[in-house]
Ligand binder design. Structure first.
Ligand code: ADP
Ligand code: MG
Length: 350
């Protein structure tokens, strides 16, 4: 795995903080007119013509949020950006700028940070984002990375968690549960690797779920799709912690109930087969898995014809009056209350 890749190791101490920042950020170009002044002054300067700006931050800590024994640094950089952009898109906003702050110990050579920044740069390019600043400091232990994302949206287009109404349809993008199952495979391979470092596992049958874990994408395309379909969701949230906790957030913020249908939840065939292999219930994983970075939204019934048949958007249930509670209707037509950690205490099962 990655620690074996013994390339050149340039000590960070030789560069100094300023040299390091300059080196890591030299490739960042400016793509947005709203970026007036980027890296290089005491603060960046932005100017927006739209009247609402969204701001969101995530903090990722080594061995809490990521494990460098199987996460390549380039992927980590990419993912650190993507998880923030996902929050911006979940507001129905367009992401425009990010700042990136890192704390590193001197166990990391310059080459490691170059990999991290290659991932950040790749994400900035693909999602059309300006990297406008950050902070660099030392850490006594692991790597810490914090990204702040900024986006712009017209006031009339902002979508909050609080707008769902009874009879609205619940829609999820893409498929869910894959990222969690990818993590299970990586964790298993890490244990195998500890015992037998020569073992080169064939992970091709898990390629999709591993990619979903290591290199998730934010659904910028869905925000553009909704615009082109002329659909404004009544509420929206991104799926970082799993379907059940996200639908609970939407319902609580909107003061409504929900009925979701087990047989409507979109699952990739690799999730189904890997769940069988691990002897885990795939619905439990879809409800509780997390890190899929898909969007969960509600739309009014009259918008249904506009989204009908679109392969990116699946209707999985509908919003009810609050008094009816929050339930999953199983394949056996049982109504099971949706709770934050799922109806099947996943943590004990896997
Ligand atoms: P200050 O001491 O005023 O905080 P710094 O020397 O930390 O300034 O930063 C100099 C410039 O480099 C600033 O524009 C800052 O936003 C940017 N910067 C610092 N660290 C990073 C980083 N890790 N990634 C991107 N930009 C950074
Ligand atoms: Mg600073």
């Amino acid at each position: 795995m990655i620690e074996d890749k013994n390339q050149q190791r340039t000590s960070l101490e030789n560069l100094g903080e300023f040299g390091l920042i300059e080196h890591l950020t030299k490739n960042f170009d400016i793509k947005h007119k709203s970026t007036i002044k980027s890296i290089g002054d005491d603060a960046a300067v932005l100017e927006f013509k739209t009247n609402q700006i969204v701001v969101t931050t995530d903090l990722l800590i080594e061995n809490v949020h990521f494990d460098l024994s199987y996460v390549p640094l380039k992927h980590l950089g990419y993912k650190a950006v993507v998880v923030n952009l996902s929050d911006v898109y979940a507001m129905n906003a367009n992401a425009t700028q990010i700042t990136v702050s890192i704390a590193v110990s001197n166990r990391f050579p310059l080459e490691a940070l170059e990999d991290l920044y290659a991932g950040i740069e790749a994400a900035a390019k693909i999602y059309n984002i300006d990297v406008i600043g950050g902070d660099t400091t030392s850490s006594t232990t692991g790597l810490i990375i914090s990204v702040t994302a900024i986006g712009a949206v017209d006031e009339k287009n902002v979508v909050l968690r609080s707008g769902a109404k009874a009879n609205d349809l619940v829609v999820v993008t893409g498929d869910i549960g894959a990222s969690y199952m990818g993590l299970q495979v990586l964790e298993r391979e890490k244990e195998v690797f500890k015992v037998n470092p020569q073992n080169q596992p064939d992970l091709s049958m898990y390629s999709y779920i591993i990619e979903r874990q290591l290199k998730p994408e934010a659904r910028k395309d869905v925000i553009e799709l909704l615009k082109s379909l002329d659909v404004k969701p009544t509420s929206m949230i991104d799926i970082s912690d799993g379907l059940s906790s996200e639908i609970i957030h939407l319902c609580k913020n909107s003061d409504v109930g929900v009925e979701l249908y087990e047989n409507k939840i979109p699952l990739d065939p690799q999730v189904i087969s890997t769940c069988e292999e691990f002897n885990i219930d795939s619905t439990t994983i879809a409800l509780n898995g997390g890190e899929d970075y898909e969007l969960l939204m509600t739309i009014s019934q009259e918008d249904f014809p506009k989204i009908k048949g679109n392969p990116n958007l699946t209707v999985i249930g509908y919003i009810t009056e609050k008094s009816r509670g929050m339930h999953l209707i199983t394949r056996g037509e049982q109504a099971i209350p949706i709770i934050a950690k799922g109806w099947n205490a996943m943590k004990n099962e896997v």
